[in-house]
Design a protein around this ligand. Structure first.
Ligand code: GLU
Length: 505
């Protein structure tokens, strides 16, 4: 394997269902890996045991399986850099914590939460750093014997990173360019906690990115503030030469455009913020998912790809392969991307149009069957061919199309009032007779005979067709009238007409 092979990772913490922003992050990592012939690693960052949620890991894996975003290695996929679950890498991290302690780049601190709280309430903007660390209870302010005695006594401690002030920290970001900050603003972050013998996110993340030979760190903007600390950690370990390049993706904003997108926005406006439906194991709450709401995975991927990136052309519809070749991480925007969920619905509609009627009919057929209708597939397919361009979701088809399969038993009052005239029963009776005499009951076969009859009678075409529609559909919707009657066939058409005349006369 060459040294500069592209290796990226998606490293969620299993603290609940994967937010749609996390899906976008994984997608951009995937596109970047694929277009560089690289590898995408799936790592589970579960070192914060308090926030662990059972089922979250499985949920995340299932989400990507559904979306067609494939990982090359990691939890559940295997690979030569495992284990890929951080909770299974305790010993590895301890070694690196000790390394920093030995180098004098980290120290042991015994301050209890109460002591820290007291300090914070006494000192405005208290920060545990070079200016304050010598007033605290840590290995820098006690003898090595004292420190060892406390540890031997079983006192809980943390290991803190010793951030040296007065240094310049450069974060080179593929999207944001170079950001320079002073190390003075960074506090002595906790890297390890004796209580659970686990590292914190910062240490585990850096160690793993290094050991797993990660070349690029592509993640959400919310991690940008951690980047300078991460650069300092690479420096402390002496890993600057292999430090990954960073790319912090733009935030996803509320549909209104201001503020960070949250689950509440989804609840408020009625759109999912999770890829799959999520059943909260603690509260029992159910949150909707894109899959269960009837979105196609390709539509979701296409929609997400354009949140914070665009190809610089008018093209909006892309296959995953097209995205792989066109995606350019350096062209991502710095500014947040508005989460226009209606655009997501539009994408689903476009994918319905692009998919064959057969494919849509296969999805619609079970819905038809579940409504107690026993129709051969070819009939369902015919309906789909007529109607699929009118919906954004397959499930919307039933509402729109049930009349093809089930004769109306009631007639919409409003439509009746508007469309059923004094002479409608008489005219429909005549039309029924005309139709009865037609041999070729195809659309064309009916059309010219009926048109000629309407003209010979001097009837208004609109009046005739509106009443005709009411008799077959029960209301004012549907495709072209002869499409409907041809689908129903002569016998059913006449049956519906006679019944309507009977009821409405
Ligand atoms: N575990 C972090 C998360 O949940 C990973 C952040 C990163 O990619 O460095 O997003």
């Amino acid at each position: 394997m060459s040294e500069n092979k592209v290796r990226v990772r998606f490293a969620p913490s299993p603290t609940g269902p994967l937010h749609i922003g996390g899906v976008r992050t994984a997608l951009f990592n995937y596109l970047f890996a694929r277009q560089h012939g690289g590898e995408l690693v799936f790592r589970i960052e579960d070192t914060d045991s308090n926030r662990f949620v059972p089922g979250a890991e499985e949920y995340i894996i299932e989400s990507f399986r559904w979306l067609g975003i494939k990982f090359d290695e990691g939890v559940s996929f295997g690979g030569e850099y495992g284990p890929y679950r951080q909770s299974e890498r305790r010993d590895i991290y301890r070694k690196y914590v000790d390394m920093l302690l030995e180098k004098g780049m980290a120290y042991v601190a015994f301050d209890t939460p109460e002591e820290l709280e007291k300090k914070r309430s006494e000192t405005a903007n208290f920060q545990y750093d070079a200016h304050t660390r010598m007033q605290m209870t840590n290995s820098l302010t006690m003898t090595p014997e004292e420190c060892n005695r406390r540890i031997a006594d079983g006192q809980q401690y943390v290991v803190r990173f010793k951030v040296e002030p007065g240094q310049e920290v450069h974060v080179d970001d593929m999207i944001r360019g170079e950001v320079v900050i002073k190390s003075d603003i960074i506090d002595d972050k906790v890297l390890y906690k004796s209580a659970d013998e686990l590292p914190t996110y910062h240490l585990a993340n850096i160690v793993d990115d290094h050991l797993m030979k990660i070349s690029h760190v592509i993640r959400g903007e919310e991690w940008l503030p951690s980047a300078p600390l991460h650069v300092l950690l690479y420096r402390a370990f002496g890993w600057e030469d292999t430090m990954p390049k960073f790319a912090h993706l733009p935030l996803l904003l509320k549909p209104e455009g201001k503020g960070k997108l949250s689950k509440r926005d989804g609840d408020r406006l009625g759109f999912p913020v999770f890829p799959l439906e999520w059943h909260d194991p603690k509260t029992g709450d159910v949150s909707s998912g894109y899959r269960e709401s009837g979105y196609f995975p390709e539509a979701v991927v296409n929609f997400l790809a354009l949140l914070g990136w665009n190809p610089g052309t008018e093209q909006e519809l892309f296959t995953l392969d097209e995205l792989v070749s066109l995606f350019d991480i350096t062209k991502c925007s710095k500014a947040g991307a508005r989460f226009d969920y209606q655009k997501g619905i539009w994408f689903n509609h476009e994918y319905i149009l692009r998919k064959s009627s057969e494919e849509i009919a296969r999805l619609f057929a079970p819905i038809v069957a579940n409504n107690g209708v026993d129709e051969p597939f070819e009939r369902v397919l015919k309906v789909v061919e007529m109607m699929k361009d009118r919906v954004s979701f397959v499930k919307e088809l039933w509402q729109l199309c049930s009349f093809f399969f089930i004769a109306p038993t009631e007639y919409d009052a409003k439509t009746v009032k508007k469309r059923w005239k004094a002479d409608s029963a008489k005219v429909m009776g005549e039309l029924a007779e005309v139709l009865e005499g037609i041999e070729d009951f195809s659309v064309e076969g009916q059309e010219h005979v009926v048109m000629a009859w309407v003209e010979s009678k001097g009837y208004k075409l609109g009046d005739v067709m509106n009443a005709f529609r009411l008799t077959l559909v029960g209301e004012g919707k549907g495709p072209g009238m002869f499409d409907i009657s041809a689908f129903l066939g002569k016998e059913e058409t006449l049956r519906r007409m006679r019944r309507a005349i009977e009821v409405l006369k």
